[in-house]
Write a protein that binds this ligand. Structure first.
Ligand SMILES: Cc1cc2nc3c(=O)[nH]c(=O)nc-3n(C[C@H](O)[C@H](O)[C@H](O)COP(=O)(O)OP(=O)(O)OC[C@H]3O[C@@H](n4cnc5c(N)ncnc54)[C@H](O)[C@@H]3O)c2cc1C
Length: 238
């Protein structure tokens, strides 16, 4: 798909109803909404979400959809600190049955080369699109290549770790490695890039600083721009 096709659905607005709200750990929350039959997306894409139950100064934020379409739910995970934005305060007020608006799905962060090896690199909440993508690849059950996930987090609590471990134990084509030390991560990325080179594709998601720095590292390992997909979570600082 091209840029225009990936972005055009931003004009489609859907009302979504909250099914469940989960306090995962520390300041991480997950929101699960019902999925209508009409709403579909490619695993890894994001939506643009709008608070509608009350007036909020800046009521709109983009979030990756952390669920795959076959799961029949729209799942979002986000950091909500002790003094969050008004948007996130309003998210916390949502109770099951309450609604918000979603525009999209949009964006190019989906797998279009499943037949080639892919290294997914998640920094913190950058794991959200990759949960969706790996669930989707596992559900298709047609492994054409080996997919690695390198997942770095500054805290010891890795969101979705149980599900990721289950995926990799059931599906040998999915390999997951966790990191807390950036130097070790960067060494492993360089080793992978040296070995796989431009036979593989590289998907990176997280804060602007992390995605920029990992993308520079890949480029310095001679990975072509066209082999790197970036999901920059603008506004996310961890
Ligand atoms: C394509 C895309 C996908 C995204 N997907 C996700 C996702 O899945 N999950 C997710 O959480 N976010 C995601 N984001 C980012 C999201 O849209 C918000 O911008 C982000 O969560 C910040 O939310 P907030 O502005 O409500 O601020 P809050 O998180 O409430 O923070 C309040 C203010 O403090 C600042 N701040 C926050 N942390 C720090 C820090 N450590 N140091 C200094 N200042 C800080 C923020 O910039 C903000 O101004 C995505 C963004 C894009 C573009």
């Amino acid at each position: 798909m091209g840029f225009i096709q990936d972005i055009r659905p931003v004009f489609n607005k859907t009302k979504i109803k909250l099914r469940d709200k989960i306090h995962e750990a520390n300041d991480i929350y997950t929101f699960i909404f019902d999925k209508s039959d009409a709403l579909n997306w490619k695993a890894g894409q994001h939506g643009v979400f709008n608070i509608t139950h009350r007036k909020v100064a800046n009521p709109t934020r983009p979030f990756s959809i952390a669920s795959a379409p076959f799961e029949n739910k729209i799942q979002l995970s986000m950091q909500i600190s002790e003094s969050p934005s008004e948007f996130k305060q309003a998210m916390l007020e949502l109770e099951p049955g309450m609604e918000m608006d979603m525009r999209g799905p949009i964006g190019p962060m989906y797998v279009d080369t499943p037949q080639q090896p892919i290294l997914f690199i998640a920094a913190g909440l950058g794991i959200t699109p990759f949960r969706a993508i790996l669930k989707d690849l596992a559900n298709r059950n047609t492994y054409e290549a080996v997919y690695h996930l390198f997942y770095i987090n500054h805290s010891e609590v890795f969101l979705y770790a149980d599900e990721l471990d289950e995926l990799s134990s059931k599906h040998p084509s999915i390999r997951v490695q966790y990191y807390q030390d950036r130097n070790i991560l960067y060494k492993d990325i360089s080793n992978y890039a040296t070995y796989q080179g431009n036979q593989g594709y590289y998907y990176v998601a997280g804060s602007q600083a992390m995605v920029g720095s990992i993308s520079d590292l890949l480029r310095s390992n001679n990975i072509k721009k066209g082999h790197i997909k970036k999901d920059i979570f603008r506004g996310y600082k961890s």
